[in-house]
Design a protein around this ligand. Structure first.
Ligand code: NAG
Ligand code: NAG
Ligand code: NAG
Ligand code: NAG
Length: 389
């Protein structure tokens, strides 16, 4: 190489770097400011669950708290862009999206939304977020109000997409509900990430009840179910597919629980197992438990609200259709509406998970239909874990 050529090459590299630097400074909003010592680090809570397991209700419990910026299932955008993929292939994209959203970097959605002007209503189920219905996102409601989704959807849907990021940055807690994560390894880097303070609420529900509930929403869940089964799903007959999906879900819950127990104690304390049935039986104490875990105050106003909604007052579309007693009844509906042979089959596929999470198996049709037989063990796994060394 002649000296001239070397000089030219050097000049070229320097100019490229200058352009690169220029773009970095041109788009400062894409870069997180270095964390300042005095600012307390926001709390990041991932409600990790599966479909039809009461996660929307738990999401509401967090989302209506005035300190929480909540988003429901942001990874929906990833999955709906890759309908023929598999959960494991999409895991890393899902993880990166979760990380970015926790850090309020909403540019991550650029990859999954069509170009052009975008509104906050481009986000899946945005109206489930009270934060997107109140200032600075939308000025119609107060920040500390309980905001019904239907009201919000009516009046806040025209806000530009930029308000999502702006709103997120004003909260001390970011809570995401996600159903599209199937193992814990994927999340290890986030648990250890110094820029995050990740806490996981693992919400589970009796697989027999989930199965029954999924049956009634087979069509809505079909794209998701294909991704859950992955390429091997094509080999599974139509009748067997619901069982295959349940099996994958049960295995993933087992894996997540076990992997968490294998972590060092400091990380294990960032995990809370919540059974939907416990929440249905004792909404106030269980909500208190989740708030405490997340470092949130259970304000008296919110206590009244939780009391009200679990007694069937206010909020239309939530799992407590009329009151707690009815919700308990609904959570047992599989016992009289699912044939015993189908229940048996789920118990075979999900038995290990059920044993671990404290759901008793039924050995006969008689046991299944006998409602005075309580199938929920009083064993609370997370309490035991906190006690041991
Ligand atoms: C709870 O219900 C009572 C009686 O219906 C109502 O007056 C009150 O406003 C409700 N409070 C909340 C926080 O939902
Ligand atoms: C509760 O469950 C029983 C089945 O044993 C059913 O007949 C009844 O209608 C349910 N009650 C309510 C309030 O849903
Ligand atoms: C139960 O299983 C049978 C045979 O496997 C199937 O034909 C039927 O549709 C199932 N019923 C329900 C409610 O899942
Ligand atoms: C239902 O279960 C209860 C509690 O185990 C038991 O005492 C009772 O005999 C059972 N009833 C029937 C009809 O099997």
């Amino acid at each position: 190489m002649t000296l001239l050529k070397k000089m030219k090459l050097l000049l070229f590299l320097v100019s490229q770097m200058a352009i690169f630097t220029f773009f970095i400074f041109l788009y400062p909003h894409n870069i997180n400011p270095p964390p300042t010592e005095e600012a307390p680090k926001p709390m990041h809570v991932l409600v990790l669950s599966s479909w039809r397991s009461g996660s929307s209700f738990v999401g509401q419990l967090f989302g209506q708290h005035p300190d929480v910026f909540y988003l429901m299932e942001p990874a929906w955008h990833v999955w709906m862009n890759f309908g023929h993929s598999s959960a494991s292939t999409l895991h890393m994209a899902v993880r990166d999206l979760i990380r970015a959203v926790f850090l309020c970097d909403m540019s991550v959605f650029d990859a999954y939304m069509s170009p052009g002007p975008r509104l906050q209503s481009s986000l899946f189920q945005w109206e489930a977020s009270r934060a997107l219905c109140s200032p600075p996102a939308c000025n119609v409601f107060q920040r500390d109000e309980i905001i019904p989704q239907t009201h919000c959807k009516l009046v806040c849907s025209k806000q530009p997409f930029e308000v999502v990021e702006k709103a997120c940055r004003t909260y001390s807690h970011v809570v995401l509900k996600e159903v599209r994560v199937f193992n814990l390894q994927v999340l290890y880097p986030l648990l250890r990430d110094p820029s995050l303070n990740l806490h996981i609420v693992h919400l589970v529900r009796d697989p027999r009840a989930v199965f029954r509930s999924r049956e009634r929403t087979t069509h809505e869940l079909s794209i998701d179910s294909n991704i859950v089964m992955g390429p091997q799903g094509k080999k599974v007959s139509k009748e067997d597919q619901p069982y295959k999906v349940m099996q994958v879900i049960c295995e993933s819950q087992l894996e997540i629980y076990k992997a968490m127990q294998a972590l060092p104690k400091a990380l294990r304390q960032r995990y809370l197992l919540m059974r939907y049935e416990d929440l249905v039986r004792d909404p106030l104490p269980q909500t208190a438990r989740m708030y405490e875990f997340a470092g949130l105050k259970f304000l008296p106003r919110l206590q009244t609200w939780v009391h009200n909604i679990t007694q069937g007052k206010g909020m239309g579309n939530h799992p407590f259709h009329t009151n707690t007693r009815n919700a308990r009844n609904v959570s047992q509906a599989w016992r009289w509406s699912l044939p015993h042979e189908n229940v048996s089959r789920i118990q075979e596929l999900c038995g290990h998970t059920m044993n671990l999470l404290g759901y008793h198996l039924v050995k006969s049709k008689q046991e299944q239909k006998n409602l005075s037989l309580d199938l929920l063990s009083t064993w609370t796994p997370s309490k035991q874990d906190y006690q041991e060394g």
